[in-house]
Design a protein around this ligand. Structure first.
Ligand code: BGC
Length: 511
């Protein structure tokens, strides 16, 4: 059964979901205590951000042991208990996997620094001599995704000038060398370790990374020798071959590749099951842009017979309720886009807190914790603030201690408990949408060849579509004026209709 083709995944950003032990940071027992909520919400699977041993320079994306749980989140028993309980609630559990890099505190990297140039220990990473006088310049001009050079020079050594090591992210995240067979064997061990414990799959971080075109040979991708090299597909085939020994497990890639043809290569029959589209999250609230993003992704995955998967937000981008505009307009648009996302054919990813309509938090500089992100003025903290559960509790029920990021006062009216009681809340909208998606016959499509989606004519600034073979139509109005509803009975509307018309910043499902 290919359960993931149509599944709704819920991303738990573990530090910010629920804290069970009062240290102010979310943890595994905290998640376990919220499984009733997640079942009520109606999601099919969780995606947990990294839970592995880490010095937390990048909130767990810098890993010292891929097969150990960091004590801040709990321990292996807590993982086992969470998986068992989630399964009892009918929810599957997928976990983040970070194959591109380790922490600079990983035993391998420490050993590399302690070993001579050319040693097998160094070969697990990318060490190169510097350029210029005394090797004082980086080996090449590559930039890190987080800003600055992608190379850092190791401290001077007895045997001569230190080499430089490659890190596509922060200097605390040295890149592994994917031409080294030990690196492959270790990932295979990690996959089996977690699969044997019962995880239902992996979200693979930077799945278009890993293989680089270093040392002068021309790159195989169009323009970036750091990413999307042909060799990475061998890594995904290896991952897939391992997963295929475990029934019903899924590999999902965070594939940051814009070119549709190259994106599609990641979801060929023997590679990843799903690749998360990022174009929808990058689109403005504009019907044409949204439609182009949807068409691009569907054409890409359709060309290799894979299912699409849609994401509006995650722990790296501004939340929809802020990104599409400030205040009530942003909220209305985020609600409308949720209906678009959940009507599309394929899998969907929700980011914790989006179901509450949380805006980004405007944090004072001294409270910011994301030290590794240098895109202009932004940090990613604003979208990572802890989840509010109940207005009357200290820290809104997230923790009995001091939350690791301050929770803004305007989250008080967005708590889950209050929203569950309010039929007009964003949480109620998500619950109803997920229920309809699961149960309404208008969503059930018989398998059919050809395009997964049919577009209908729509006024300028609007779009309307349905999944091929179904009766459920979704219409979105991004224009400044109300427009007539398409034919059909409205099943769910993201905001009030205006005299029977679809107002601006609103989406509707009709059957
Ligand atoms: C993750 C980021 C992380 C980066 C480096 C991205 O794919 O989503 O949060 O900082 O990889 O691991």
């Amino acid at each position: 059964m290919q359960w993931w083709r149509d599944a709704v995944f819920y991303q738990v950003y573990v530090p910010s979901f629920t804290d069970s032990d009062g240290d102010g940071i979310g943890d595994l027992q905290g998640i376990r205590g919220r499984l009733g909520y997640l079942e009520l919400l109606g999601v099919d699977a969780l995606w947990l951000s990294p839970i592995y041993a880490s010095p937390m320079v990048d909130n767990g994306y810098d890993i010292t042991d891929h097969r150990a749980v960091d004590p801040v989140w709990g321990d292996l028993d807590a993982v086992d208990e969470l998986i068992a309980d989630a399964h009892a609630h009918g929810i599957r559990v997928t976990v983040d996997l970070v194959p591109n890099h380790t922490s600079d505190q990983h035993s391998w990297f420490r050993a590399a620094l302690a070993s001579p140039t050319g040693s097998p220990e160094r070969d697990r990473y990318h060490f190169r001599p510097g350029q210029g006088v005394g090797g004082a310049e980086p080996p090449n001009s590559w930039r890190s995704v987080f800003g600055g050079s992608a190379w850092t020079r190791e401290p001077a050594r007895d045997e001569g000038p230190g080499e430089w090591f490659l890190h596509l992210f922060s200097p605390a995240q040295p890149d592994l060398n994917w031409t080294n067979l030990e690196v492959w064997a270790d990932l295979d061990k990690t996959l089996r370790f977690w699969l044997d414990r019962g995880v239902d799959g992996f979200r693979i971080d930077a799945a278009h990374g890993m293989c680089k075109q270093l040392d002068g040979t021309p790159p195989s991708s169009d323009d970036d020798p750091r990413f999307d090299q042909d060799a990475v597909h061998d890594v995904h085939r290896m991952i897939r071959a391992t997963l295929d020994h475990y029934p019903e497990r899924v590999a999902i890639g965070a594939v940051g590749v814009r070119n549709a043809t190259r994106f599609a290569r990641y979801v060929r029959q023997d590679e990843l099951h799903l690749a998360v589209d990022t174009q929808l999250a990058a689109s403005r609230f504009d019907a044409e842009e949204v439609r182009a993003a949807i068409e691009d992704c569907l054409n890409a995955v359709g060309s290799v017979g894979a299912a699409a998967s849609w994401l509006l937000s995650d722990h790296d981008v501004s939340r929809p309720a802020s990104r599409y505009g400030a205040g009530p307009v942003g909220t209305a648009r985020a609600r409308a886009m949720a209906l678009v996302q959940l009507a599309l054919p394929g899998a969907a990813y929700l980011y914790n807190g989006d179901e509450l309509g949380l805006p980004d938090a405007d944090l004072p500089d001294e409270a910011r914790r994301d030290a590794v992100w240098h895109h202009g003025e932004d940090s990613r903290d604003g979208c990572r603030v802890p989840q509010p559960w109940e207005a009357d509790l200290p820290a809104y029920g997230f923790t009995t201690g001091e939350p690791w990021l301050p929770i803004p006062d305007d989250y008080a009216v967005l708590g889950a408990a209050e929203q569950l009681e309010d039929t007009g809340s964003t949480l109620s909208l998500y619950r109803r949408a997920l229920e309809l998606r699961r149960e309404h016959p208008g969503f059930q499509a018989p398998p059919s060849p050809g395009p997964a989606l049919e577009w209908f004519g729509a006024p300028p600034g609007c779009l309307a579509f349905r999944r091929t073979g179904t009766t459920l139509v979704c219409a979105l109005n991004t224009s400044p004026a109300p427009v007539p509803l398409p034919p059909g009975d409205p099943l769910l509307v993201s905001g009030p209709l205006d005299d029977g018309m679809l107002p601006p910043d609103t989406a509707v499902w009709l059957a």
